[in-house]
Design a binder for this molecule. Structure first.
Ligand code: F6R
Length: 602
């Protein structure tokens, strides 16, 4: 139950557990005639499951799951674990079984009756069908039928203490502890018990008892386990006095950005060094184009990164939506550097796009937060952004750490081309100043809360920016949508006269990000266009900009920084604005409806 609680942040709509029945628990052996498993599952929050679980629940092993509905509505019955008709096999499954309809039909012809609408239930039926006294063998035989993605855990009433797990496309990690073994889709569920973990690879199966575990591939070849040590501390996944994880993570950004930069700034050379790229200086120098593949907030970081690469490193760069790239039959140029950017390192769209590029001979570097995640392991090299665990569904601190990684990479590439040592030093000085500037931008907290109180009840917002602040406008709009469920559109400020300006009215506030460079005047012109049509304007701009403060309805000041670094100081106020609007509207900030933290389905 505690492990499930730790996974709550990933987003779910129901939860359940399966443990051995009372008789098995007494003597470790199932009684003659069987001893069905105890399964308790509930739609809604884990708190509801907890209420349904009796205090004297038997057993010292079991499986559990938080389900995020894909096939079948959100009901108690569709929640996991699922049982076979005999009630002896219980399984939990993360992922999608693509051929479940034909498997179901096949089993139904054989008389099977299904109780749920899920794709997952076929797995329990198949394991029972193949079971002949060996759960591991039955799971392996089942896998031969399955097409799609899965992280599976299975137990059988006749094999007390044994859990079998299998992975294809959905993460699974084994926790090796003293006298107990654990299996989870995410290390945060294990941290309270152990920091020794083994990541399973696609195609691997683990069979575990309290004292040992064995990993093999589907063809039964033994796999040598590599034990990794998790360096995240348990406190990192606690709220530590904040009202929710999102608030904690927003305020942690000065430190998390610092972590992303630590050890990577080369002051002596006015450059940056990123270990892990697996590219020689010559190979880096030969790069002619950069392409980012990512989704959501990570894509927004990529949009900033690409603009920066182009203007600072003078390399053509484009950020692509992973879900689009994969099916577009992309041309993979040999001199392109591909960057797969992902906080979780498990996003299916990004992972599959990365594999598609690799299949075509392209090399992909990962920019990930979660250590040991699939993208981090399968990419050809890469950088960890070291944000620490990001628990709130809405991404905040990972975004600014991704930005930090892009700024470092841009600097090291720029220094191979156009940028002088002296220019490099100036860039580094500005980068070094970022954590402190972000700390200052968070000081606007109370002012932003007051503004959010006044504006949270509007139904539509426009978020507008130009240049490097255009992706930040997209990010601000995404944050507001995600956690407050208020409609918001992010737009390039210069583009709104081409259509969206029709939305402007006293009921549609616009939130402007006003840069402190050559685009400032142009942005102010755009503000005036909105004001002239009666639209309320909130502006985030440089502190002391009295002229700007004088023409807008609300002004949020951010500290003065080198214009190229404004994305760092502009995004925290937008995160706070979304956060306070969500609070005002009584939303569940950390677990917004319909969303999952790592989207491991297509
Ligand atoms: C936004 C958000 C999502 C993720 C997206 C990609 O707050 O959380 O848009 O950014 O699902 O996730 P990662 O970065 O894990 O690949």
């Amino acid at each position: 139950m505690e492990g499930l609680k730790r996974l709550e942040y990933r987003g779910y709509d129901s939860a359940g557990i399966a443990v051995p029945g009372a008789e098995t628990s007494k003597n470790g052996k199932p009684p003659k005639g069987g001893n069905p498993l105890v399964v308790i599952k509930k739609k809604g929050k884990i708190a509801e499951l907890r209420q349904a679980v009796p205090k004297d629940l038997p057993g010292n092993y079991g499986i559990g799951h938080t389900r995020w509905a894909t096939h079948g509505s959100v009901t108690d019955i569709n929640a996991h674990p699922h049982l076979d008709p005999g009630g002896k096999v219980a399984i939990v499954h993360n992922g999608i079984i693509e051929n479940y309809t034909s498997l179901k039909e096949m089993l139904e012809k054989d008389g099977a009756v299904f109780v749920s609408e899920t794709d997952s239930e076929v797995i329990a039926h198949l394991v029972a069908y193949h079971y002949d006294g060996d759960l591991e063998a039955a799971v392996k035989a089942t896998l031969r039928h399955l097409k799609g993605t899965y992280g599976i855990a299975a137990i059988h009433a006749d094999e007390p203490g044994r859990i079998v797990g299998a992975r294809n496309g959905s993460p699974l990690v084994v926790g090796v502890a003293d006298g107990e073994m654990l299996l989870a889709s995410d290390v945060t569920a294990l941290l309270a018990h152990t920091t020794n973990v083994v990541y399973l690879n696609d195609g691997e199966v683990v069979s575990m008892s309290p004292t040992e575990f064995k990993i093999s591939d589907r063809e039964d070849h033994a796999v040598d386990p590599k034990i990794d040590i998790i360096t995240w501390k348990l406190e990192a996944i606690e709220k530590e006095g904040f009202s929710c994880y999102m608030e904690k993570e927003i305020f942690e950004q000065p430190e998390s950005i610092e972590r992303a930069l630590t050890g990577r700034m080369e002051f002596e050379y006015g450059s940056a060094k990123l270990g892990g790229l697996n590219l020689s200086k010559k190979e880096l120098h030969a790069i002619e184009r950069v392409r980012v593949i990512a989704a959501g907030t990570s894509w927004h970081a990529g949009l900033v990164g690409c603009q920066l690469m182009e203007s600072v490193a003078r390399l053509p760069a484009q950020a692509e939506l992973a879900s689009e790239l994969r099916y577009r039959n992309p041309v993979v140029e040999p001199a392109s550097l591909y960057l797969a950017v992902s906080q979780s390192g498990e996003t299916a769209d990004t992972l599959y796009a990365m594999r598609e590029i690799q299949r075509r001979g392209g090399s992909v570097l990962g920019i990930c937060n979660v250590v040991g995640s699939t993208i981090a392991r399968e990419s050809d090299g890469g950088v960890y952004v070291h944000s620490g665990p990001e628990i709130a569904v809405a991404s905040t601190k990972a975004f600014t750490s991704q930005l930090a990684a892009f700024y470092l990479l841009t600097l090291s590439l720029a220094r191979m081309h156009d940028m002088s040592h002296h220019e490099g030093e100036k860039f580094l000085a500005s980068l070094k100043a970022v954590p402190e500037a972000v700390r200052k931008s968070l000081l606007a907290r109370d002012a932003i809360q007051a503004i959010a109180k006044r504006y949270a009840h509007y139904k539509d917002f426009l978020f507008l920016g130009r240049g490097l602040l255009y992706p930040i406008a997209l990010e601000g709009a995404l944050k507001l949508k995600e956690i407050s469920y208020v409609h918001a559109e992010g737009y390039a400020a210069g583009e709104i006269k081409h259509g969206p300006i029709a939305l402007v009215s006293p009921d549609t506030p616009s939130l402007f990000l006003v840069p402190n460079d050559y685009l400032r005047e142009k942005t102010i012109t755009n503000i005036k266009e909105i004001k002239a049509r009666g639209g309320p304007v909130i502006a985030v701009g440089e502190e002391g900009d009295e002229q700007l403060a004088g023409i807008v309805d609300e002004f949020i000041p951010v500290p003065k920084v080198d214009p190229r670094f404004q994305p760092f100081v502009m995004v925290p106020p937008l995160q706070l604005f979304a956060y306070f609007c969500a609070l005002e509207l009584g939303r569940d900030v950390d677990q917004p409806r319909n969303l999952a933290k790592s989207v491991t389905v297509e």
